[in-house]
Every structure is written in C-alpha cells, then in structure tokens.
Design a protein around this ligand. Structure first.
Ligand code: PMM
Length: 286
C-alpha cells in the first residue's frame, strides 16, 4: 500500500501533493513502483494535529480518487468519517482504511457493510490532539489485541462480513516507541486473531528515535527509508498481509529479494501458540 497524503500538514509528505496533478502523478508512480493499493488521505493524523471538517476532507480526496481510479489505479481512502468514505466509494475507492477502527463514526459500519468493501480496522484510542495521553497499557500487545477483537466483534455485529476485515496495530497511534517495538516483535499474537494484518511503520518517529544522532537529534523523516524497508520485510516475513509505505519502490525491491529467497517466514514464538491454545481451551476471545 503506497501512501498519498493530500494534506498540507502530514508528517512526512504533507504539502507535497496538495495540487491535483502532482497528487495523481505521484499515485500513478506508486502503482508503477509496485503498490497494489494507493491510500489517499485528506486529514493529517500526526500526533497533536487539529481536525478539519468533513467537507474540506472530501474536497481534498475526491478529485484525486476519481482521477486515479479512472487511470486504473486501485485506491483506498484513509478516513474515519462515514460521509467521506461513502463519497470516496462512489468516486471509485475500493477499500476503506479507517484509522479509528470504526470508533470515530458509528455510521462507518453501515457504509462498509452496504458497499461490501474491505475495511481496515486500525487500533486507535482517540483523535490526534489527545492521543499522547492515551498511551498507557498493561501489556501493549494483549491490550491492542483485545481492543482489536472488540472492533472486529462490533463490525461483525453490524453485519460486515468477516472476509472484508483487515486489522492494523496502529503504530504511533497512542503508542510510545517502546510500544511500537513490542508490537513489532510480537506480531504473531495479533495475527492469531485470524484476520489479514496491515503494518504501517513507514518513516514514523520511533524509527527516527532509533536512528538518532549522538546528540539525540532524531533522524529526519526523509532519511528513515532503510529502517522502513527493514520493518516492512520483517513484518511480511512474520505474516503481515500488507505494509503501508511512502517509498513503494524500496519496499517492493526488498520484498522481491525476500520472495526470491523462498519467502522464508519468521518462526512463530512459542508464547503465541500457547496463547491461542489457552484462548481455545477457556473459550476466551481476547
Ligand atoms: N498511519 C498513518 C495514517 N494512516 N493507516 C493505517 N491503516 N495504518 C497506519 O499505520 C497509518 C494509517 C500516519 O502516517 P502518514 O502521516 O504517513 O499517513
């Protein structure tokens, strides 16, 4: 999944594709570089960002969706608003990527149910302005897993088909760097929910922190690509269904190497198998 933010303020590509031709051109380049989906977002979700209204969000994304789908590019819409998702689906989007996992807008389940489209349920605890304070967990992996299971149950109860759902740990959303690393290390525990998993680490600040200079200055976003590629390959090798990245060429080259060497899967840690067995024995859905 290639990222195309048509926002003035996203953390990595904000402002670059605000112009329609530039946005469409970039979307086509992402597809040509190997993206199976181009993810179009009109509202920045970076920590601390203020919200924009639905009309502004729709005005930003709809023309780009129309032009890209007309050019044969498969598109997802990155929105947590049912109104925007509905209009995006009419404009040609094939997938709804909802960073709130259905929590931000109670009407989203109806929209995706009626459209029969895939729905990415990302783990989320609140809007960008407040999310730093929400990064408290007992065990981040168990807690994210339990909260995703609730999102899945709510979607199913609303009539969305199970084979339309994709889960996402929501790296950086109400998560500290330590939380992001823990989730990355124990992806198998999220995979055993039994749904395809999307992984979005691309250029995020925890990678900048990992690669900080000797004086502690985080590595700038544009220089986090090798680390992003490493996270993508590790996530796919661990069983992720997809990765959401800004530089599609770099990640698809790395995944081609992984495929050419036999697509080796990382071993599932024993605790993940045990947890699945425990859940089964006790009839618990975490
Ligand atoms: N991250 C961002 C936006 N949308 N969607 C999903 N499913 N997963 C993510 O991790 C995710 C997302 C924030 O990053 P951006 O500003 O580069 O779009």
């Amino acid at each position: 999944m290639g990222v195309l933010n048509v926002t003035p303020d996203s953390f990595s590509d904000g402002g670059r594709y605000a112009d329609l031709d530039a946005a469409v051109g970039h979307g086509v380049r992402l597809r040509d570089a190997g993206a199976h989906l181009v993810d179009i977002g009109g509202e920045s979700t970076r920590p601390g960002a203020e919200r924009i209204d639905a009309a502004t969000e729709a005005e930003r994304v709809l023309p780009v969706i129309r032009e890209l789908t007309a050019a044969g590019v498969a598109v997802s819409v990155d929105t947590s608003r049912a109104r925007v998702a509905e209009a995006a689906l009419v404009a040609g989007a094939a997938v709804v990527n909802d960073v709130s996992g259905g929590l931000a807008d109670p009407d989203m389940a109806r929209v995706v149910r009626d459209a029969h489209c895939p729905w990415v349920l990302m783990h989320w605890r609140g809007h960008s302005r407040a999310m730093r304070e929400l990064a408290t967990y007992t065990d981040v992996v168990a807690d994210v897993r339990a909260e995703l299971a609730q999102r899945i149950d709510t979607a199913l109860a609303a009539g969305v088909a199970a084979d339309r759902l994709i889960v996402d740990p929501g790296l950086g959303f109400a998560k500290t760097a330590a939380h992001n690393w823990e989730l990355s290390a124990r992806l198998s525990e999220l995979l055993d929910l039994g749904y395809p998993l999307l992984f979005g680490a691309s250029r995020k600040s925890y990678l900048g922190g990992l690669l900080a200079g000797a004086d502690g200055t985080p590595r700038p976003t544009a220089q986090r690509e090798a680390a992003t590629v490493a996270t993508s390959v590790l996530a796919v090798a661990a069983g992720a269904w997809g990765v959401r990245v800004h530089d599609v060429q770099a990640t698809s080259d790395a995944l081609a190497v992984w495929a050419a060497t036999g697509s080796p899967r990382l071993a599932v840690p024993p605790h993940a198998e045990k947890r699945t067995q425990d859940d089964h024995e006790h009839g618990v859905r975490r």
